[in-house]
Ligand binder design. Structure first.
Ligand code: PLP
Length: 220
């Protein structure tokens, strides 16, 4: 577990780039999360719906839970009533399901669209051309209970920093392109960067990083 001094140092570095921290707490216990909560952290990210629900019950109400993992349509109903941001919307079908469950929960759910930017095909997300086409035909009236706040992406898993940098820069370009389209009122969030590559990400315009192992120690 990171020390409070090192945590505050990380926050200062992120603040200097106007980047928000999502503390990725997957596989970590409520006790471990409480330590960071004690340092003042309120945004936590989880990858599994069941795990997220259990932890949300155990931790204080002012925690903002972000869902960052691959989301199956049949699980949306379990998180729609309380989730603060879903980072991983990778299809139009999923967006429709979120609209449906958000309406039932009588709230507007904030989401990011996940874009495929890596040069390996193990990751999820929209192909760039499909995303541009989708956004061109997008109409907010069709999704009154969804707020698309921005984009999320994961770079290739590699030591090649110039490749990672190029992939993040590419995502930033798409982000600005969609912003310029002007269809979305609150399109302001670019979620990219994890423990190993967050510094590259904030240099390429990320304003939300998702960091796990650097805070909590490595996962088994
Ligand atoms: C696990 C995970 C992270 C955090 O990874 P670390 O390397 O532990 O910082 C970030 N984003 C997603 C989507 C993840 O699944």
């Amino acid at each position: 577990m990171i020390s409070e001094i090192a945590f505050k140092e990380l926050l200062r570095n992120l603040d200097a780039h106007k980047a928000q921290l999502v503390a990725v707490s997957k596989t970590k216990t409520a006790e471990e999360i409480s330590v960071l909560y004690g340092y003042g952290q309120r945004i936590f990210g989880e990858n599994y719906v069941q795990e997220l629900r259990e932890k949300a019950r155990l931790l204080p109400n002012d925690v903002q839970w972000h869902f960052i993992g691959h989301l199956q349509k049949n699980k949306v109903k379990y998180i729609a009533p309380f989730v603060a941001l879903i980072h991983s919307v990778d299809s139009e079908d999923l967006l429709h399901e979120i609209e449906k469950q958000a309406r039932k929960a009588n709230r507007i759910v904030s989401v990011l669209l996940e874009v495929f930017i890596a040069s390996e095909d193990t990751k999820h997300g929209w192909e760039q051309q499909d995303l541009i086409r989708f956004m061109e035909s997008f109409s907010q009236e069709a999704f009154p209970h969804v707020c698309i706040r921005g984009l999320m992406g994961m770079a290739s898993f590699t030591h090649d920093e110039s490749l990672v940098s190029k992939e993040f820069s590419q995502l930033n370009t798409i982000f600005n392109q969609l912003k310029t389209m002007g269809k979305l009122n609150e399109f302001d969030t670019l979620s990219m960067g994890m423990s190993s590559d967050y510094e590259i990400a904030i240099n390429q315009g990320s304003n939300m990083v998702r960091i796990g192992s650097m805070l909590f120690g490595s996962r088994n």
